[in-house]
Design a protein around this ligand. Structure first.
Ligand code: PEP
Ligand code: MG
Length: 839
């Protein structure tokens, strides 16, 4: 939006009346209208148009300001654009509960009045200046207060530098993006002086984040920084030092990115020769997919246009903005304490976007134009984001993503229902589905005939969505950030589920290389697949059991065909999801029996219900918890909900009467007390049903269980380590956290040490240890676990062939040595680099 009217031509002393006391709203509007008519701006008939508008819309803007304006269809009654200002120091009731002290009657032929509207919206937030305006004694003072130069609007280049100036060369490897820009703004705003940053012909107000970002500064650009005003020398020095201070952080970030690339090479991932633009996320499900992007985002959200009175709309917008600011500041504080100040900066930067004058003005204008607040806000955000995205600069495109992200936060505040999008909207073939996040049930029901890969802005690699993607064989990345959702629908892309990147608009060379890579992969997979039925025995004769993580009897045949030797984890909570009520004891009995029958004598380990965390079951009406992963989850819930535990155990023991090899294990065990109570339940039910004893194990998912493994082992028959949860609880990183996902790596040496401790504890009582978390299905992870002494690995069936191939190719002694090396590493990345040392 550009200012098209010169401020001084709009605010004229003869159109200002001070100290008025009109009897009512109509008298006030007539007075303002008369001023406009007397000055030759309107035909007197337009005064009625001003009054008619009041009958259909509320022109109260908030904080004592009202902006009466005529009906659009009466525009021919306007002779020239003008604005009449009527000051009512004692205030006048405009609508019940709304008092106007200053009214601006607008007669606008086109959009010249936008300059004034922009100032008014800024004024709404500036109580000191408002008070001065309400009490001004002469027209010149009103004029001066209103004409104070606004910040340079986006896109308005000011080529001249200010009085004090200096040059600086941008040394941020990724150019100027939101986080350092917000630091510049913060430093600039501490000073009264006007501060400007100029690059070539383009200049930006250093106190305005969007205007700075629109400069699109890249590494190596020279900028002229200048200041003017009372403390200009100090202001200039402070801004320059903020610019330099951000350099170190920017360079560290870039170095980390380079390290990641090295890591990718170690993992033998695909590296595109043409360096197409890409978005980085976290690898969640391996494979490469070539396709076109289909975005499932709030842009497809139908934001309804529900006009409300302007005042009410303004109040709701104000509240939503405040609530979002509070939400962002909480997020920033939480991020600062978890990750550090620099990482929290992005949320400060997002909060800055909320105060952007252009954005708020545009929203107010759309509301004044008769639109509903949600619609107006959404439109304003989309228009500004499109403008940023259209500049063709990836950095600014990412800012557009931030703007949309923050825009959605505000929309959610305005109407919580404006938060969803539906998979049914996705059509076409060879789709690479992009979404903010997907629920496990969304993922489970994806049409894999058309959807080739998926990428989510949020989520983590061990979230259940990622697990399901692996099961479905869909390459996936998670935690790609909000920029993902700003990619245009239909953009050709390549998704790399090993490197965790989405490459956009790949060139012919990239496509050819991706096809080659896929072919090589297919050949390797084919070779591995041909040998998938062999046991996993290392060349020096050490055997590891390979089992599948599956949940339904109809998946057994495929799992066995994939080379699985049994089922190491049947997540029974999936029997409880996506339905209206819990499955009955009989229904469960039939499912477990069918599972055993399909396995035909091979082992089945059924995990008792693990509800809670990210697996919520609405009909159970469990109380909402502040920290569901730390709350009533898994066995903790089972011990409190006999109605869930008892039918499940009865169904399991009834199935065990067939004599087939069934084991039961309990999730989220933290203490011996839980084990003894659960075993008590099992024994009671077993006796009642006269069923055989079955092996009872526990999942080791909490550091407490790993640390006490030597004690717990005495009471259970086996351990199965749930590395997905063990990782999140060891590292204190939510397995679904979008920003922490990359670090929440199960190969973290701290997690490996807990696994080693568990194996050692179990060995004291001759118990076996399995791993059924995601890392068991990563061939390199499986090799390390074998080196640590894990005896059984349970994984998604599609991972079986590759894991077997890795174990069959590397000697147990070598794996043991490698595991010792991994235990001595200081980071998961360092552990992953060891992958180079295996065949
Ligand atoms: C785990 O935590 O590693 C595990 C296998 O359980 P789930 O992923 O179902 O929580
Ligand atoms: Mg778990």
């Amino acid at each position: 939006m550009h200012d098209t009217g010169s401020p001084s031509s709009l605010i004229q002393p003869e159109l200002i009346r001070l100290g008025c006391q009109p009897a009512d709203k109509e008298a006030a509007i007539r007075l303002a209208g008369q001023l406009l008519a007397d000055a030759g701006c309107i035909d007197p008939a337009y005064i009625d148009s001003l009054l008619r508008r009041e009958a259909v819309a509320n022109t109260f803007l908030g904080n004592g300001l009202a902006i009466p304006h005529g009906m659009v269809e009466d525009r021919q009654l306007i002779r020239r654009t003008g604005i009449a200002i009527v000051q009512i120091p004692d205030g006048l009731e405009w609508n019940p509960g709304q008092r106007t002290r200053l009214l601006f009657a607008i007669a606008a032929q086109s959009d010249e009045h936008i300059t004034l509207l922009r100032r008014l919206t800024r004024l709404l937030q500036d109580e000191v200046r408002l008070e001065q305006l309400f009490n001004a004694r002469d027209a010149a003072q009103v004029q001066a207060l209103l004409e104070e130069t606004p910040p340079a609007a986006a896109g308005e280049a000011a080529a001249a530098d200010l009085a004090e100036r200096a040059q600086w060369i941008v040394d941020y490897p990724n150019g100027l993006h939101a986080r350092p820009a917000a630091q510049w703004v913060e430093a600039a705003r501490r000073h009264a002086a006007q501060l400007q940053v100029r690059h070539g012909q383009d200049a930006a107000d250093a106190k305005n984040l969007i205007s700075l970002l629109q400069l699109g500064l890249r590494h190596g650009d020279t900028v002229t920084v200048s200041a003017q005003g009372p403390d200009d020398a100090a202001a200039l020095a402070a801004l320059l030092s903020a610019m330099r201070d951000a350099s170190a952080q920017e360079q560290t970030d870039a170095a980390l990115a380079a390290q990641k690339a090295q890591l990718l090479a170690a993992q033998q991932g695909w590296i595109p020769p043409g360096h197409p633009l890409s978005i980085a996320g976290v690898a969640a499900s391996p494979g490469l997919a070539i396709g076109v992007v289909r975005v499932l985002h709030a842009g497809q959200l139908k934001v309804p246009d529900r006009p409300v009175a302007l005042g009410e709309g303004g109040d709701r917008l104000h509240e939503a903005l405040s609530a979002t600011r509070a939400e962002l500041s909480e997020l920033a504080a939480a991020t600062a304490s978890r990750l550090g100040k620099a990482e929290a900066g992005i949320f400060h930067a997002q909060a800055e976007l909320l105060s952007d004058t252009d954005l708020i003005t545009l929203t107010c204008q759309l509301m004044v134009g008769g639109h509903g607040v949600e619609w107006a806000w959404h439109q304003a955000v989309e228009r500004m984001a499109e403008r940023l995205a259209a500049l063709g600069n990836p950095l600014l495109a990412a800012r557009a993503a931030d703007l949309r992200d923050v825009g959605r936060r505000v929309l959610r505040q305005l109407d919580p229902a404006l938060n969803s999008a539906t998979l049914a909207d996705i059509d076409g073939d060879d789709c690479i589905l992009l979404a903010a996040d997907l629920t496990p049930s969304d993922t489970a029901t994806l049409d894999t005939g058309r959807i080739r890969a998926l990428a989510t802005a949020q989520g983590g690699p061990t979230s259940h969505t990622a697990i399901l993607a692996r099961t479905l064989g869909l390459p996936a990345l998670v935690a790609g950030g909000p920029a993902l959702l700003d990619i245009a629908d239909g953009t050709p892309a390549i998704l790399d589920g090993v490197g965790g990147r989405l490459y956009l608009n790949p060139g012919e060379q990239d496509l050819a290389s991706a096809r080659d890579w896929l072919q090589t992969q297919q050949r390797t997979q084919q070779q591995q697949a041909e040998q998938r039925q062999r046991p996993a025995i290392t060349p020096d004769g050490h055997r590891v059991e390979i089992a599948a993580n599956i949940n339904r009897p109809d998946q057994v045949a495929a799992a066995l065909d994939a080379g699985a030797e049994g089922v190491g984890l049947m997540r029974t909570e999936f029997l409880f999801l996506e339905r209206e009520q819990s499955p009955s004891e009989d229904e469960q009995f039939h499912t477990y029996s069918a599972m055993l029958d399909a396995l035909d004598g091979r082992p089945l380990i059924v995990r008792a219900l693990d509800i809670g965390g990210d697996k919520q079951v609405d009909y159970l009406k469990l109380p909402a918890e502040e920290n569901p992963f730390l709350g009533m989850r898994g066995s903790r819930l089972l011990l409190r909900r006999r109605d869930l535990l008892e039918p499940q155990l009865r169904a399991l023991y009834r199935a065990a009467r067939s004599g087939q090899p069934l084991s039961i294990m309990f999730p989220m065990i933290t203490s011996l007390k839980e084990i003894t109570r659960l075993k008590g339940w099992c024994e009671g039910i077993r006796r009642e049903l006269d069923a055989p004893a079955v092996p009872l194990g526990i999942m080791v998912e909490v550091p407490a269980a790993a640390l006490l493994a030597d004690q717990l082992a005495e009471y259970v028959d086996f351990f199965s380590i749930g590395t997905n949860d063990l990782t999140q609880y060891t590292l204190a990183m939510d397995r679904q956290h979008p920003e922490l996902a990359a670090e929440a790596d199960s190969l973290h040496p701290a997690v490996l040490r807990l696994i080693q401790h568990t194996v050692a504890g179990a060995a004291r009582h001759q118990r076996w240890v399995g791993v059924c978390g995601g890392i068991a299905g990563d061939p390199f992870g499986a090799a390390l676990l074998t080196g640590l002494g894990v005896a059984e690995l349970s994984m998604s069936p599609r991972d079986v062939a590759a894991v077997k191939a890795k174990l069959c190719a590397n000697g147990h002694d070598r794996l043991r040595e490698l595991a010792q090396q991994a235990l001595a590493c200081d980071s998961a990345d360092e552990v992953r680099m060891l992958a180079r040392e295996l065949t």
